[in-house]
Design a protein around this ligand. Structure first.
Ligand code: HEC
Ligand code: HEC
Length: 397
């Protein structure tokens, strides 16, 4: 598909974006193609030219942008029965050690190409999660379920630019300073046994944006990539594995250069606009101990990264145990949620926390247990006026 100086992406029914560029290094072209890939609605393999398709057989959405609408968090919608739902919500499946369900894999795919049945249906009712129509039989008894809401994808290139040492300098896994807040790195082990520091995803298990992108193609769209070469995607049942796909183990549905352009596009999406300075609010944020995890700025070679996260894992206790997890990460452990752009999420009426359960900042704080319990208690002990100062500050980020 890619020839010297020319890149072509085949789109459905033979329509094509063809762009010629001075050379393969053309950054504007790479950005435009990356954006098009992010917004593209993929189709199943047999219905179009083979090279770039192969959606499914089972999947959650046809496009990255279906869940990450406008690169922001999607609005939380009440289901009219006291529960809520969310277009970017997925159900993760794993045992206590992070191993996927033997039949359904690491995620429940709720859609399928024609002629195939979705793995199951996801209904949130009266705050309870109900899954129905499990086509391949029951989940393994050891499988835990956990909802996750799609985060905003802004400023990820800045997160990528933070040196490992900057992140590791704040890790205190054994809480040696005795402040009740530990924070640990998520070391991700490769097939070669080499360990690398994870920082992307809600469990910080993605090492690079390209790897996070590959995992998204595989789990959310059912499409293979060089790093996830099984063309059947996350499904394990025999009928699903026999479905059509657009690639082979040797030639994945999504080639590495397309992954790189998509990751490059995401890396270049700027961070949310900076909040207006608020000295009193910031002081309260620090005094309450929020900043021991939501570190206002990290230092990177290109400048300060005001993400309000240390990019470490913290255990927020049993109340925020997400059920399904990833290898080496406990159910209650999460990457400190970056708070930059929080005003956008609140403006969009997106739910807060990993599964969108909190509708405002005070509710999100009330869910902080474990390492966050001290900060929560200090927040609750503030005078009404100080609490308002702190909330206004956080809501403005
Ligand atoms: C079905 C909904 C869905 C689709 C489709 C989807 N995502 Fe996501 N995305 C999520 C959810 C949910 C998370 C949080 C998952 C986690 O880390 O546990 C996420 C997380 C991410 C992250 C990590 C962000 C961070 O702060 O570290 C990136 C990057 C990302 N997605 C990129 C993509 C790309 C690229 C595509 C398309 C190839 C895509 N996503 C498709 C739901 C979706
Ligand atoms: C021990 C570390 C820690 C401390 C201290 C802490 N947080 Fe958090 N915070 C987290 C983690 C981890 C998450 C993600 C939890 C999840 O997604 O379930 C989070 C999530 C949040 C969220 C939701 C963000 C989103 O995008 O959904 C808000 C708001 C928040 N924290 C505000 C605060 C405030 C305000 C304070 C101080 C009163 C505070 N936090 C103290 C670790 C901490």
């Amino acid at each position: 598909m890619r020839r010297a100086g020319v890149a072509v992406i085949a789109f459905a029914a033979g329509a094509a974006i063809a762009a010629s560029a001075a050379g393969a290094g053309n950054r504007d072209l790479s950005f435009a193609i990356g954006k098009a890939l992010f917004e593209r609605a993929w189709v199943p393999a047999p219905s179009s030219t083979r090279a770039n398709d192969g959606l499914g057989p089972v999947f959650n959405a046809r496009a990255c942008s279906a869940c990450h609408q406008g690169l922001d968090r999607a609005q939380r919608m009440d289901d009219g029965q006291g529960g809520f739902t969310h277009p970017g919500m997925v159900l993760k499946l794993s045992d206590a050690r992070g191993a996927p369900d033997p039949l359904y894999g690491a995620q429940l795919q709720t859609a399928a190409i024609a002629g195939f049945v979705p793995e199951g249906r996801l209904v949130l009712s009266e705050g309870d999660l109900v899954i129905g129509n499990l086509g391949a039989g029951p989940l393994a008894p050891s499988t835990h379920m956990g909802l996750r809401a799609a985060p905003a994808l802004r400023g990820l290139g800045l997160l990528a630019s933070v040196p490992d040492e900057e992140i590791l300098s704040r890790a205190d896994p054994d809480d040696e300073d005795g402040d009740g807040v530990s924070g640990r790195a998520n070391w991700v082990f490769g097939a070669d046994g080499r360990k690398r520091l994870g920082r992307f995803g809600l469990k910080a298990s993605g090492v690079t944006l390209a790897e996070q992108t590959e995992a998204a193609f595989f789990n959310d769209l059912g499409m293979s990539t060089p790093g996830h070469s099984d063309p059947a995607g996350d499904c394990r049942s025999q009928s699903c594995r026999a479905g059509p796909h657009g690639g082979t183990e040797a030639e994945p549905e999504i080639r590495g250069d397309l992954v790189a352009m998509l990751a490059d596009y995401l890396a270049r999406v700027p961070p949310p606009a900076a909040a207006k300075p608020d000295g009193a609010g910031e002081k309260m944020f620090v005094a309450t101990g929020c900043s021991s995890c939501h570190v206002p700025t990290l230092t990177a070679p290109g400048g300060e990264v005001p993400a309000y996260s240390d990019l470490l894992l913290h255990d927020l206790g049993p109340g925020l145990d997400g059920g399904a997890t990833e290898p080496g990460v406990q159910g209650g452990e999460w990457r400190t949620a970056p708070l930059w752009g929080l005003s956008r999420a609140l403006g969009a009426k997106a739910g807060l926390l990993h599964d969108g359960r909190a509708s405002d900042v005070a509710e999100a704080i009330a869910h902080h247990g474990g390492e966050g319990a001290g900060a929560r208690a200090r927040f609750q002990a503030l005078t009404k006026a100080d609490r308002a100062t702190l909330l206004r500050y956080v809501e403005g980020l």
